[in-house]
Design a protein around this ligand. Structure first.
Ligand SMILES: [Zn+2]
Length: 77
């Protein structure tokens, strides 16, 4: 999967998906290699295991965010 470009210049990661404030999924624009942020804040290959962890994190994060929104609405009114 590694292109010649990546082996010379290194991967060019862009955020492909925001999971939480601290965790993102990244994709290399040249070879489409996927990476993610692990619990230590380091980039690590996006394995099926990490994909699973991220989907759980994302669900928890979204639920927390919507609860906070509800709290704000209650506070404002
Ligand atoms: Zn690459």
């Amino acid at each position: 999967m590694k292109t010649v470009y990546c082996s010379i210049f290194g991967h060019n990661y862009v955020v492909s998906k925001k999971i939480t404030f601290h965790v993102n999924e990244y994709k290399c624009t040249h070879c489409h290699l996927e990476m993610t942020t692990n619990s230590n804040g380091e980039l690590t290959p996006l394995t099926p295991k990490f994909r699973e962890i991220n989907s759980v994190l994302e669900r928890i994060h979204k639920r927390r965010k919507s609860r906070r929104m509800e709290g704000l609405l209650v506070f404002e009114h």
